[in-house]
Design a protein around this ligand. Structure first.
Ligand code: AKB
Length: 348
């Protein structure tokens, strides 16, 4: 099928005076709910529509509009864009890497056919393959991804879409769970560590992958401040300097920054972003500083291991730092302290 832009030909721009009307597809995955919350605060709750093919679970913020949208149904999408005067379209629908390998037909549909419409897309380390340099992986290099998930992220080069694309590392979130990915272990281990003190990891202990934190530590820290007894946790939970505002954390901030960057500063349309990079062993060691009895065993899933072995170990992100001032704030230790404090608060 040929690409269609639904009339969205202008890239997003922070010089626009009217707030954008935003549609987020695949909004109930790991990233969409947090992004909707952030964009609603910035542009008004009715200007950001979260969409998915599933019913939102109860914990999802219902303060703004939620609608059904199926990225495989171009007529449905066209109607949504036209009826709601959408000007920014953030495409988060995807079947993740390991799930994609077990259902290639579905991944092709969602990740390739479903991605051909978008002026603004997200991608991940899955866009690279074993023939790309892995440590660090530059912005411009041989890609040749081996998974169907990766092929689909590469496919946009075939279309002359005017869009902004971020290549995310594995994303670590406290309040949303990934599903069917290769980097999922790095979220699951936190919940298992707190709940049972044990975790069985499906990647080898020395598998190094790039990772990034998503969350809103500023708000959490403020909550802690109100409860004086939690002051100690506040101090150990936040990276320094303490983010005592509602400044969003790495992944959401990067997303907002690229969406709002002046078009003329973007020398590229596709950017790698990097934060930290670690192995399951590094993560377990860092977790043991807070939970010394944590036991981690390894039962390698050959599909996930083969995917991880062909992915970047770290991403080179000099262009994002140069063009729109990208700067990460969460290294491994800040990420672990913040995740643990989030999980502790939500379990109280
Ligand atoms: C996955 O593991 O498939 C995703 C990704 C890194 O793209 N989290």
């Amino acid at each position: 099928s040929s690409p269609q832009h639904f009339g969205i030909t202008r890239p997003p721009s922070c010089t626009d005076t009217d707030p954008p009307k935003v549609l987020i597809t695949g909004g109930l995955g790991q990233l969409g709910v947090g992004l909707a919350k952030l964009l609603r605060k910035r542009f008004g709750k009715n200007n950001v529509i979260l969409s998915d093919i599933r019913k939102p679970p109860n914990h999802v913020d219902r303060s703004g509009p939620f609608i059904f949208s199926d990225v495989l149904d171009s007529k449905n999408l066209r109607e949504i864009v036209v009826n709601n005067n959408i000007s920014w379209l953030v495409h988060y629908s995807a079947v993740l890497s390991a799930a994609g390998e077990s259902n290639v037909a579905l991944a092709k549909e969602v990740n390739i056919t479903g991605a051909c419409w978008y002026p603004c897309e997200s991608a991940t380390i899955g866009a690279f393959g074993p023939s790309s340099p892995r440590d660090p992986t530059p912005e411009l290099c041989v890609q040749r991804p081996r998974t169907i998930y990766g092929v689909s992220k590469y496919y946009h080069h075939r279309y002359a879409l005017d869009f902004r694309c971020l290549r995310y590392p594995g994303i670590i979130s406290a309040d949303s769970q990934p599903g069917g990915g290769t980097t999922d272990y790095a979220v699951q281990i936190f919940h298992a560590a707190v709940k049972t003190g044990r975790f069985e990891c499906n990647l080898r202990s020395d598998t190094r992958l790039p990772m990034m934190y998503i969350g809103n530590a500023g708000l959490v820290c403020l909550v802690f401040l109100l409860e004086k007894k939690m002051l100690f946790i506040l101090r150990s939970a936040c990276p320094s300097p303490l983010p005592l505002s509602s400044r969003p954390d790495d992944c959401l901030r990067a997303t907002l920054e690229i969406l709002e960057a002046p078009a003329e500063s973007l020398l590229s349309r596709t950017y790698n972003i990097n934060a930290t990079s670690f192995t399951p062993r590094d993560l377990a060691e860092e977790l043991r500083k807070a939970l010394p009895d944590l036991e981690v065993t390894y039962s390698v899933d050959p599909v996930r291991q083969a995917i991880a072995d062909g992915w970047p170990m770290a991403l080179e992100d000099g262009s994002a730092r140069r063009d729109w001032g990208w700067k990460h704030e969460y290294d491994l230790s800040a990420l672990v302290r913040t995740m643990l404090s989030h999980i502790a608060t939500s379990n109280r």
